[in-house]
Design a protein around this ligand. Structure first.
Ligand code: COA
Length: 165
């Protein structure tokens, strides 16, 4: 593992990230405390938070947000502007009116298995597993587990076709 990507690009904030071989990270990105596997590409305006893991040979397209608690397998396509979520009941402040801190909310994890694809603009609610090779349509809101090989779309996401495996 390396502490820098394979390419140079201006305007990147990279802190405490573990990179595999030949990872490319483009400009205007913010990656901290996460890991990225061999050969993965990370497009512009992507943020990957502390605690997230991304496998090998993934394509993370521009404007996507990958938060703490998200585990992405190998060969996963994440389209443009995909939003992950890790707090199902978000609040800015607690009962006393003070800003919430780390211990005031419950982190809920999400798993994306090998070979899955997430369409542009999709929103992945926390606590779900997206199965291997599944395809999430553009603009979908995923609220439940997606079976391996399934194609889902819509709000909330439902099966479009039984399987393309
Ligand atoms: C979900 C998807 C894979 C379906 O493709 P497809 O199997 O060729 O489906 P079709 O285009 O034949 O559409 C089948 C039906 O699903 C609907 N549909 C297709 N995509 C949809 C989507 N993203 N959300 C809601 N409905 C969708 C169509 O309107 C159609 O409905 P109808 O039969 O009532 O007219 C595709 O539309 C999609 O969203 N792919 C993701 C693309 C993407 O984000 N790429 C990122 C990189 S650019």
């Amino acid at each position: 593992m390396a502490d820098a990507p394979a390419n140079d690009a201006p305007y990147r904030l990279i802190d405490d990230v573990r990179f595999g071989d030949d990872v490319r990270v483009y400009s205007f990105t913010n990656l901290y405390g996460c890991s990225v596997g061999d050969g993965t590409r990370i497009g512009t305006f992507v943020e990957v938070q502390r605690g997230a893991t991304i496998g090998s040979r993934c394509k993370i397209q521009s404007h996507t947000f990958i938060c703490d608690g998200v585990r992405i397998g190998d060969g996963v396509f994440v389209g443009h502007g995909v939003m992950f979520i890790n707090d199902k009941q978000p609040r800015a402040v607690g009962e006393g009116g003070n800003l919430q801190a780390e211990d005031d909310w419950e982190l809920v994890e999400t798993v994306v298995r090998d070979g899955a694809s997430l369409g542009s603009g999709s929103v992945i609610l926390c606590g779900v597993t997206i199965g291997a090779g599944a395809l999430v349509g553009a603009g979908a809101v995923v609220t439940r587990d997606v079976p391996p090989g399934a194609v889902v779309a819509g709000v909330p996401a439902r099966a479009l076709l039984a399987s393309r495996a």
